[in-house]
Design a protein around this ligand. Structure first.
Ligand SMILES: [Zn+2]
Length: 328
């Protein structure tokens, strides 16, 4: 085997925390305005806040790449301790008006503790994080409000779930429309054109070769455009694996009723012209076959590396039951 190329060097003024699922990677920018980019899963909010405190003291600002549960889980806790929350404009507005679709939390059955957004971010806006200025780059696709953050002096690019070293973000054709894959591809091309020196993804390691990572991601994103059924299957596999991770697995005999009660599953079945029961069964069979889920002691588990979550931390209300956002 040839030696792995080393990841590009990071400036000393940021701290990168690569985390296994169900947490997104977390980026800390200490300095004049200590800031966090993304805050992990709700089940690990204490751990996220303690890590930030140890490395930066207080956190003044949290910026979210998007509102999925693995990116916004400690928002509520950090906000209670004085941090302001910044998020992409369409998601910020939906959270402020307590839209029941917030965070796709109910749709995906992924708990999020209630938070409010103090600062809505738009394309081209300059955001001070730590001691450096970052530019907001709207990158819809994985979610409609997804954004990347660009630091031009150091050529750093925070990409959220737009791509990782081995993967590209799944798209939700049922929720976001059949052109979501095309939108994601256009966003990917836009950020590839920035020519970053360092890609900071939300999952997995920092790619050693940013250009090669973009080449792979663009090919994968194009496949999602060319094969909508494949895109639906891809999303279903990712959502199901995440559900298994945050629950410590699901008893094998409860999996089908769990799946067929989920809106994401019935929506996917509709797009694939399948009965929900048939999709649930085929999802389990194909994922067992590929080794992405495993059966252990009567429970199905996700095979990918992940850390455990305390069951009671999942007990937070869906956004439809969140208290009204108080003006701050
Ligand atoms: Zn996401």
């Amino acid at each position: 085997m040839s030696p792995q190329p080393a990841a590009p060097a990071l400036p000393s003024w940021l701290t990168w925390w690569q985390r296994p699922f169900p947490d997104a990677n977390t980026l800390l920018l200490p300095g004049q305005r200590p800031a966090l980019v993304d805050t992990g899963f709700v089940g690990h909010a204490d751990e996220t806040a303690a890590w930030a405190r140890a490395h930066a003291g207080t956190v003044d600002l949290v910026a979210n790449t998007h509102w999925h549960s693995d990116h916004v889980g400690a928002n509520a806790l950090l906000q209670a301790r004085g941090a302001a929350i910044a998020a992409g404009a369409p998601e910020a507005e939906a959270i402020t008006r307590r839209d029941p679709g917030c965070c796709a939390a109910e749709y995906l059955d992924q708990p999020v503790a209630p938070y409010t957004v103090d600062l809505a971010l738009d394309d081209g806006q300059i955001l001070r994080l730590g001691d450096a200025d970052w530019e907001v780059v709207r990158t819809p696709g994985h979610t409609p409000g997804h954004l990347a953050l660009w630091q031009p002096e150091e050529r750093l690019l925070v990409v959220g779930d737009a791509l990782s070293d081995y993967d590209v973000g799944w798209v939700n054709l049922a929720l976001d429309g059949l052109d979501a894959a095309t939108t994601a591809l256009a966003s990917l091309k836009r950020i590839a054109d920035l020519g970053p020196r360092v890609i900071l993804p939300s999952h997995g390691p920092i790619p050693a070769d940013p250009e090669a990572a973009f080449a792979v991601a663009l090919r994968r994103a194009q496949r999602l455009v060319d094969d909508p059924d494949g895109a639906v299957w891809y999303g279903a596999r990712r959502i199901f694996a995440f559900a298994l991770m945050i629950r410590g697995g699901i008893p094998a005999n409860e999996v089908e009723p769990y799946l067929t009660a989920r809106t994401w599953l019935t929506d996917a079945a509709r797009l694939l012209n399948m009965a929900p029961e048939a999709l649930a069964a085929e999802l389990v069979t194909t994922m067992l076959h590929s080794g992405s889920i495993v059966l252990r002691h009567g429970r199905l588990h996700a095979a990918a590396a992940h850390t455990s979550v305390e069951r009671e931390t999942l007990r937070v209300p869906y956004p439809r039951a969140w208290p009204a956002a108080e003006p701050r």
